[in-house]
Design a protein around this ligand. Structure first.
Ligand SMILES: Nc1ncnc2c1ncn2[C@@H]1O[C@H](COP(=O)(O)OP(=O)(O)OP(=O)(O)O)[C@@H](O)[C@H]1O
Ligand SMILES: [Mg+2]
Length: 289
């Protein structure tokens, strides 16, 4: 039934309140469906790039991707704020039902890293990104959807649960529980199979310090020389590994590729099209400087 048919049918009923509610429901439905379709087609969704990134041979966190049904996607967007016991139960039951237990796969009850396909809720890391079994899923999911809405991030239609990557060195934490590991944002041209540029993931002081509580600012500023030193020390090795391994990945165009250093190896954790990535405007394209 399209909108005109719906309104004609409602006119026949002649009840203003019903009509208003039905119109509202119709618009909500269309709105949600548009976002859902956009999200499914978004190449920056982890479900698109992750299976390709695995082909590089870089270590990546073992990953479980669960697609939301459209009704849950819509209800989460509308009701992510506030206390919603019914929605929370639906989320938890849905994930349990869709977690096929194959031996050797991620254990649903273990400590895992949670994010949406488009991005994480890292600014409240402990609450949003760390889950410890199904009872903790709904809270992390609602908070992450809400954080992404507040930050105007693209809508996402997948739940992503990942092996939690532990790193060897003691480090201070920012964003309520996020360990300041050595991380890299690399830019790579998959069409030309060319390494473009690399950045210290924590390297933009002004952006990092914006809105950060004073105590964390101090921790970050104290840790920065060490983070930058390790970044500079390891970048040539990562560059060599990227030149060898990223050439195996079946993607097109220019992308950012994020890595964590565990103390012994690089782990490929995130990707996005270059145009959608922070630092993109500072990338020096070889031969175009
Ligand atoms: N599997 C993991 N185990 C432990 N920590 C992780 C894992 N994946 C990511 N992290 C940490 O969480 C941060 C955010 O993760 P991720 O890059 O997936 O989300 P994002 O919101 O897309 O980030 P960005 O905005 O930088 O693209 C990472 O920079 C890293 O510090
Ligand atoms: Mg990202």
């Amino acid at each position: 039934m399209d909108k005109d048919d719906l309104l004609t049918a409602l006119d026949a009923v002649g009840n203003d309140l019903d009509r208003y509610e039905e119109e509202e429901r119709y618009y909500r439905y269309c709105h949600t469906n548009t976002h859902y379709c956009d999200s499914i087609r978004n190449p920056n969704e982890l479900s698109f790039w992750y299976p390709k990134a695995v082909e590089s041979g870089f270590r990546t966190p073992e990953t479980k991707i669960i697609f939301m049904p459209p009704d849950l996607f819509g209800d989460l967007l509308i009701d992510c704020e506030g206390n919603q016991p019914e929605l929370e139960k639906r989320i938890k039951d849905f994930i349990i039902a869709n977690w096929d237990v194959t031996p050797g796969e991620l254990d649903i009850n273990s400590k895992l890293f949670f994010r949406l396909g488009g991005s994480s809720g890292k600014f409240s890391f402990q609450d949003n990104c760390i889950v410890n079994g199904p009872d903790t899923f709904a809270n992390a999911i609602r908070n992450t959807v809400y954080e992404n809405l507040c930050l105007d991030k693209p809508y996402s239609c997948t739940f992503v649960f990942r092996e939690f990557i532990e790193t060897e060195d003691e480090r201070p934490e920012i964003y309520r529980g996020l360990k300041l590991n050595t991380e890299f944002r690399i830019f790579y041209d998959f069409h030309r199979k060319q390494f473009l540029d690399g950045f210290n993931y924590w390297g933009d002081h002004d952006r990092m310090l914006m809105g950060m509580p004073e105590k964390q600012q101090k921790e970050y500023e104290n840790a920065y020389p060490m983070l930058e030193g390790e970044y500079q020390r390891l970048l040539p090795a990562l560059r060599n590994e990227c030149e060898e391994k990223l050439s195996r990945v079946n993607l097109h165009g220019r992308w950012s590729v994020d890595f964590m250093w565990t103390g012994t190896e690089f782990v490929l954790i995130d990707m996005a099209e270059m145009a959608k990535s922070y630092f993109a405007e500072r990338v020096r394209i070889p031969g175009e400087e």
